[in-house]
Design a protein around this ligand. Structure first.
Ligand code: HEC
Ligand code: HEC
Ligand code: HEC
Ligand code: HEC
Ligand code: HEC
Length: 382
């Protein structure tokens, strides 16, 4: 009993002292258990389906679950799944990646159906297991970020999406040495203790130095994951590239892609949506799919997007030391996250705003200038 009390006391202390987004600190016993046993049983703060890999007291989702705040008050991990309905999406409601609340509550289209979530018991009813736009050749030359033949059958997926590992987004998908498929914890192994913390720019050279443990992806990490954010000086910066390669439809090699961008992360599973965006006869507009990793033209309606929007953010094409409130058409790029949240949102297709209100020529002052009109400034009626 004494031991249990001591653990709880140390835990309280650790929570009190803990800062945002630092690499892991605090007593080992807050997060690890050597035998998954205490006084012959399991402590109340532990997950109940252990023992867990890497001797942890819980799984990814339990540590990263919250109620109404930015973090889980027990683990101080950023909360990406809230058990209380968020009041919307964005600062003060969800972290930058959005939230798994809505998809877990039963709305398949409102988030990634990650099997590790408590109420997700099977595949997305409308889509199934295979990501829309899936093309294994989009990334197979980029092991261990790629999902090659033998990892996931090119005909389609037979395994449901997980947080990390072979069928997930975070960490390595395959063991960099042996090429073997990795589990959730196997995929992310070593990342938490080598997190680059608050130092800002992640260069993708190691897992701990990759943007949010997305292996190889670069970016600037906001210290509180945009729980508080303003468009000028307090937000993540996403990495993008201005890809001017023409004739993509016929190019099955994808070698022109920059594998360090946030949109490439999405392309690891939704490759066609990132690659096959222009017809074979011309480069650039007219496009055949909404472009990403393409610079906003410095002319026409796009030239008016000059003040960074948290609702429809752009990517930067070079390393930055801090956030900027300025958008530079001609340089800054469209990214998948200009329109989507990564985890989920209160809108279908994980969108960042209500698509049904986006009506050409609208003079509704609550809609004009928002969402799609952030970039397509000439398409509203104001
Ligand atoms: C706040 C939670 C937390 C604390 C405190 C913590 N760890 Fe961990 N540790 C983790 C998580 C989460 C993982 C698994 C995921 C990963 O490796 O990124 C992990 C993984 C590990 C690993 C395997 C991966 C690696 O980095 O080699 C070792 C070994 C480890 N921890 C040892 C320790 C020791 C020893 C302590 C105390 C001095 C400690 N941990 C304290 C959360 C914690
Ligand atoms: C024992 C609790 C625990 C477990 C289990 C755990 N995490 Fe974490 N995680 C933390 C804490 C605490 C932090 C915040 C400290 C930090 O950023 O390193 C964190 C941070 C993160 C971050 C943000 C890093 C950043 O750059 O801000 C990601 C991404 C993440 N975890 C993913 C995962 C995934 C995926 C798993 C499962 C494979 C997992 N975590 C399992 C406690 C945990
Ligand atoms: C590890 C693979 C993987 C990665 C990486 C990935 N997705 Fe997905 N995505 C899926 C799968 C599988 C589905 C279909 C099942 C589901 O909805 O979860 C899906 C579905 C979607 C949907 C449709 C949701 C619905 O239910 O209608 C959107 C939108 C989406 N993803 C956007 C993104 C964006 C944006 C990124 C990058 C931030 C991304 N995805 C990265 C695997 C992935
Ligand atoms: C972050 C900025 C941004 C946002 C937000 C955005 N777009 Fe775009 N869109 C662009 C850029 C840049 C182009 C390509 C322009 C070019 O190359 O001439 C484009 C191209 C297009 C095109 C094709 C034009 C062509 O030249 O082939 C359509 C249609 C379109 N967008 C619709 C939308 C809709 C609908 C939304 C909202 C769901 C939206 N866009 C949101 C930046 C954006
Ligand atoms: C300009 C805004 C915009 C950008 C940029 C964008 N999407 Fe979408 N996406 C949408 C909208 C709107 C929908 C839903 C309706 C539609 O398809 O028009 C959608 C739907 C999807 C779907 C669901 C398709 C299905 O079959 O149900 C996936 C998956 C997806 N997007 C992934 C991506 C990925 C990956 C990227 C980056 C490579 C990306 N999106 C970039 C706006 C965008």
């Amino acid at each position: 009993m004494k031991k249990v009390l001591m653990l709880l006391l140390m835990f309280g202390l650790m929570v009190g002292l803990y800062g945002y987004a630092e690499a892991i600190s605090g007593p080992c016993s807050n997060c690890h258990t050597m035998h998954y046993s205490q006084n012959g049983g399991v402590l109340s703060g532990w997950g109940t389906s252990g023992p867990y890999e890497q001797l942890l007291v819980a799984d990814c989702v339990s540590c990263h679950t919250g109620t109404t705040g930015a973090t889980n008050p027990n683990t101080n991990a950023p909360a990406v799944y809230h058990t209380t309905a968020p009041t919307g999406q964005g600062p003060g409601a969800t972290l930058a990646g959005g939230d798994f609340y809505w998809v877990d509550a039963g709305s398949d289209a409102y988030g990634h159906n990650v099997i590790d979530l408590p109420n997700i018991t099977g595949q997305d009813a409308a889509i199934g297991l295979t990501p829309p736009g899936w093309d294994p050749s989009a990334t197979s030359t980029n092991a261990p970020t790629g999902y090659g033949a033998g990892q996931v059958a090119s005909a389609g997926w037979t395994t449901q999406l997980t947080c990390a590992g072979a069928y997930g987004c975070h960490g390595y998908h395959q063991d960099p040495t042996t090429g073997a498929d990795l589990s959730n914890m196997g995929g992310i192994k070593g990342a938490h203790h080598s997190n680059n913390g608050t130092s800002g720019w992640t260069d993708g050279t190691s897992l701990g130095n990759s943007y949010r443990f997305l292996y190889g992806i670069k970016g600037y990490e906001d210290a509180d994951w945009q729980w508080t954010a303003d468009a000028a000086s307090d937000h993540n910066e996403y990495y993008g590239a201005d890809d001017t390669t023409p004739v993509r439809q016929a190019d099955g090699t994808y070698t022109y892609q920059n594998p360090d961008t946030i949109s490439f992360l999405c392309a690891e599973c939704h490759g066609i949506f990132h690659s096959e965006i222009d017809p074979d006869t011309t480069s650039g507009s007219p496009w055949v799919r909404h472009p990403t990793d393409i610079a906003l033209p410095a002319s026409g309606e796009y030239a008016n997007y000059t003040s960074y929007s948290l609702e429809a953010p752009v990517g930067r094409t070079a390393a930055v030391t801090g956030p900027s409130g300025t958008v530079t058409p001609g340089t800054d790029v469209v990214i998948c996250l200009s329109c989507h949240r990564a985890h989920g949102s209160d809108q279908p297709d994980l969108l960042r705003w209500d698509y049904s209100t986006m009506q050409a020529g609208t003079t509704d002052s609550t809609v004009a200038g928002t969402g799609c009109f952030t970039c397509h400034t000439g398409k509203d009626g104001i």
